[in-house]
Design a protein around this ligand. Structure first.
Ligand code: APR
Length: 256
């Protein structure tokens, strides 16, 4: 049973103007997307160095594509959960709201979020490593074996950030700026061990943000957070949404 959200925090949250949400694999767990380091986590079953690095791709593009095609097909069948939907609503409730995600599953956009900074790419996009031409999943999933660029013959790869690769500069700059100007920073469903993304909650705290962590398990961030909401994001985020709407409507009726 998830503990109720403290009313004192709900008041602070309902009055905030600049809010940032930072998400990891845990926000999609209730949709059926496996996390990476949980009990049934992806990296418990597969070796990241064999599937999610450029050297693995150069060594065996067939194996890497087999794995990403499998993930693309699974994720295409999955639906956003109430946690994703609550975050999409926050974008309309706060004057300055940004959603920074480490997830590549595109479920935030599919649930209606518009301002989404994708730090690790997006599994629905692909591009030619030689000329940069973009390719949709519809095209690459039709290819038998490793998809090739029909313009230059180059190899096509998923537009995701592999281990050892740098993050997309513009997405990182936008994320850093948002974190440094946040009043309330929500860190949701991330183990907080993969850098540089994991530095963002600390940057926000250092810049004066009220740092909230949402996770069923404590993480290295828990001791730094101002508030730890222990539980599943698919339950806690809708509760935050309900709380903000309740307080705001009471205020507008002059009852607060
Ligand atoms: N609600 C909220 N959090 C949850 C839920 C849930 N329903 N279920 C699990 N979690 C938490 C776990 O307790 C864990 O702390 O989500 C976290 C998932 O952690 P990881 O599997 O390490 O995923 P993440 O932090 O997103 O990984 C970061 O590592 O493998 C790379 O590029 C990949 O973006 C990924 C990055």
């Amino acid at each position: 049973m998830t503990a109720p959200v403290p009313e004192e925090f709900l008041r602070r949250f309902a009055r905030a103007e600049r809010v940032v949400a930072f998400t990891g694999a845990g926000v999609s767990a209730e949709s059926g997307v496996p996390t990476f380091r949980g009990a049934e986590g992806i990296w418990k079953k597969f070796k990241p160095e064999e599937l999610a690095t450029m050297s693995a791709f150069l060594r065996s593009p067939e194996l890497v594509w087999e794995w990403y095609s499998h993930r693309k097909r699974i994720i295409a069948e999955i639906e956003p959960n109430p946690g994703h939907h609550a975050l999409a609503r926050f974008e309309h409730l706060f004057p300055h709201f940004a959603l920074i995600t480490q997830n590549i599953d595109n479920l935030h956009r599919r649930s209606g979020s518009r301002t989404v900074y994708e730090l690790h790419g997006n599994i629905e996009r692909n591009y030619c490593v030689k000329c940069g031409a973009p390719f949709s999943n519809a095209v690459v999933l039709r290819a038998s074996g490793v998809p090739r660029c029909d313009r230059c013959g180059g190899t096509v790869r998923p537009d995701v950030v592999w281990f050892g690769e740098s993050l997309p500069e513009e997405q990182w700059d936008l994320s850093l700026r948002a974190a440094q100007s946040a009043e309330v920073f929500l860190s949701i469903g991330t183990s907080g061990v993969v850098y540089p993304a994991a530095s963002l909650p600390l940057q926000a705290k250092r810049s004066g943000a009220y740092l909230v962590e949402i996770n069923p398990e404590p993480t290295p961030l828990t001791d730094v957070a101002d508030l730890f909401l222990q539980g599943r994001s698919g339950e806690i985020l809708p509760a935050l949404l309900e709380g903000v709407e309740r307080i705001r409507s009471a205020e507008s009726r002059g009852m607060e």
